[in-house]
Structures are given as C-alpha cells and as structure tokens.
Design a binder for this molecule. Structure first.
Ligand SMILES: [Zn+2]
Ligand SMILES: [Zn+2]
Ligand SMILES: [Zn+2]
Length: 355
C-alpha cells in the first residue's frame, strides 16, 4: 500500500477557555488570547479546502509544533526559542502527529446558523459575519456503543456441535460391524475396457503460460496481481482520501493506493486422450475373460477394470459383497461358507472363510 499525498488543509481547534473556534494555524485564541493547550486536539473543518499557501504547506511538512515548557505556547518545529516568552524550546514538548482525523471533507457543507443572532454563515467561517460570535460547534456526546448481540455465534456453536456429534455417530455405525454366517448362492464378474480418442480439450491460463502446440482461443484483460508500488502499465487503484493530523494545525490529505498489473487471460485448446466408449464382458461362472474392443482409427484402449460380486444367503437374508480381488473371487465356490462382516448399513465390509 502506497500512501499518496493529495495536499494540505487547515484544521481547527476549539478554545477550552472561551469556547471559540480557531483556525488550526492560530497558536493563540483569536477571541481571548489564550494559547492552545497541548491536550486540545485539532479537528477537521466542516469543509476542507486544499491550501495553496506554500508557507503553510512547508510548515506542515517541517514536523509537529513544539509547546513551550514555560508558557505552553505552540511554536513551529523550526523555532528554537518561544515566540511568546523567549524560552529555549529544546525543553518543550512536541505535539503528536499521524492521527487519522476522518474522511477528507471536500464537499460543500451547509451554512452554520449563528447561535447568537441566527444569521447563516459559510461552514468554513469561524465567527459570525453579523455579530462576531464564535461559531464553535458544541462537541457531540459520544453515544454509548451497544455491545453487538452474540446470539448468532451461539447458534453456530450449537449447529456445529450437533453436526459433529452426527458425524461421530455415523462413523461409529460404519466402522462397527457384526459377524454373520453366509453361504455363496451365486457370483457375477464384469471386465471393462475404456476406449479413448484424441480430441480437443479447452483450458484457460495467462497468455505466457499457454503450452506450446496449443491452439489459442479468445483472451480477456484481467488483474494478474496487485502490488504496492507502481510498475510499467500498472493501473492505480486508490481508496477514499482522508485527513491526517500533522501536529501543526494543518492536515495532510492522503490516499492509500495499490497498483494492479493487468494481463491477458486466454482460452486454449489441446488434443488429449478422452474416453469415448467402453466395452464389457460379464458372466456368472469362474472363468472371466477380457472383452476384445474393436478399435477404430485414432482410438486406443484406455483403463481396464475388473469387478466381482458375490451373493450370499444368511438365514434367509441376502447379502452382496463387492470386490476387485480375483483371488477372493475364485475361492467363493457356490455353496461355500463364509463369515461376513456386516456394518449398520447392511453392507458387507469384508469376508473370511468359515472353517
Ligand atoms: Zn478563547
Ligand atoms: Zn513560552
Ligand atoms: Zn451572529
């Protein structure tokens, strides 16, 4: 994130002695002459206008003001002795800076009505143009923040807890098995071979990552990455401008910016082997054989798989055991007796010969 300076604006402070509103750069109250105390903070003006006065801008850049250790008067960072009492400012205390005051107020603010005579005055005015009364706005009393209700979170925990419990029960039911005695009633084997063909498959990637030999399709502009510093052809994306206290009565209007690097995101097509068909052979005996696919030009054999189903009878109840293990299958002669491990969903998890 890069902090970009957009310019400088005059801040304000309210005199705690007489309540008058003062320009940020005024070190003493224009009404009662009291110096601005160290603990009185600068505030944003209702409407912020960018300063063109180079002297004020330079002052904002020179560093936070220093309050005299003897009389409290604010002096620019460049001063060595107090403008009010002549004391050495080396013993004074420097104001803080860098505090974010709020969103930059570049819009025209509504007129302020004078609290004394009721005349409208521009939002930027400090005193009434009719009766010279200070136009200081009384500090709004901070509304007490209501703690956000926590109900939502509680529900998440309850639902999460129930779901977790259900998962544990389900896992237990699947893992827990009962032994049943079973007799093989029949078997079925199925052998399958996939048939593949070369065909176009579409993918998308950044233009410089397209594999060689691919046929390029259409491209579109996309943000490839975002970085903190500008680069060749980068697009600047900035947040809302805001005003920062420089400790001098002048605020700096800044903006946090990032830089988007754009690139071409393109579709491309490559030729890949894809399954277009499959041939199977099956039977109910113990002599399985592979099918013989009739391959057309441009086709090849893909993956092959063998599947065996063994059907059992257990005191009138039917069970089926699925396996890909040929050795187990050939032992399952019709009428042979087995111990079946059956889970809660009535699925046979494993079998072992009953001796
Ligand atoms: Zn005052
Ligand atoms: Zn002083
Ligand atoms: Zn007035």
């Amino acid at each position: 994130m890069t902090k970009k300076s957009l310019g400088y604006v005059e801040l304000e402070w309210n005199c705690p002695n007489c309540g008058s509103k003062n320009a940020g750069t005024a070190t003493v109250c224009a009404s009662c002459g009291a110096p601005q105390p160290e603990d009185v903070k600068f505030e944003q003006a209702a409407q912020e206008v960018m300063l063109t006065d180079q002297e004020k801008i330079d002052r904002a850049k020179s560093g936070p003001d220093i309050h005299c250790a003897y009389c409290g008067t604010r002096n620019p960072a460049s001063s060595t002795v107090c403008s009010q009492c002549g004391a050495d400012l080396a013993e004074g205390s420097q104001r803080g800076d860098g505090r974010t005051l709020g969103t930059h107020r570049d819009k025209a603010a509504p007129d302020i009505l004078c609290p004394a005579c009721g005349s409208p005055n521009p939002a930027t005015a400090h005193r009434c143009s009719q009766c010279n009364t200070s136009l200081a706005t009384p500090k709004p009393t901070q509304a007490k923040q209501q703690p956000a209700p926590r109900r939502k979170n509680t529900w998440i925990y309850i639902v999460g807890g129930i779901a977790l419990f259900a998962c544990v029960i389900f896992a237990f039911l699947l893992l827990h098995t009962e032994e049943e005695a079973g007799q093989v009633t029949s078997v079925q084997w199925t052998y399958t071979i996939a048939i593949e063909e070369l065909g176009p498959v579409e993918y998308s990637t950044w233009q410089d990552e397209i594999p060689t030999g691919a046929v390029m399709g259409s491209c579109q502009d996309r943000v490839r990455r975002t970085q903190d510093s500008p680069a060749l052809n980068s697009v600047e994306v900035c947040g809302t401008p805001y005003t920062v206290d420089s400790g001098t009565g002048i605020g700096e209007v800044v903006q946090d910016c990032q830089y988007e690097i754009h690139d071409d995101w393109c579709s491309y097509t490559v030729q890949e082997w894809q399954q277009v068909d499959a041939v199977s052979s099956s039977g109910n005996d113990f002599a399985p054989y592979w099918p013989e696919p009739q391959l057309l030009t441009g086709q090849r054999e893909g993956e092959s798989s063998e599947q065996y189903e063994i059907f059992f009878d257990s005191d009138g109840r039917d069970y089926t055991y699925d396996t890909t293990d040929y050795d187990t299958f050939v032992q399952c002669e019709i009428g042979s007796k087995w111990i079946l491990n059956v889970n809660a969903l009535n699925a046979v998890v494993s079998i072992s010969p009953a001796n």
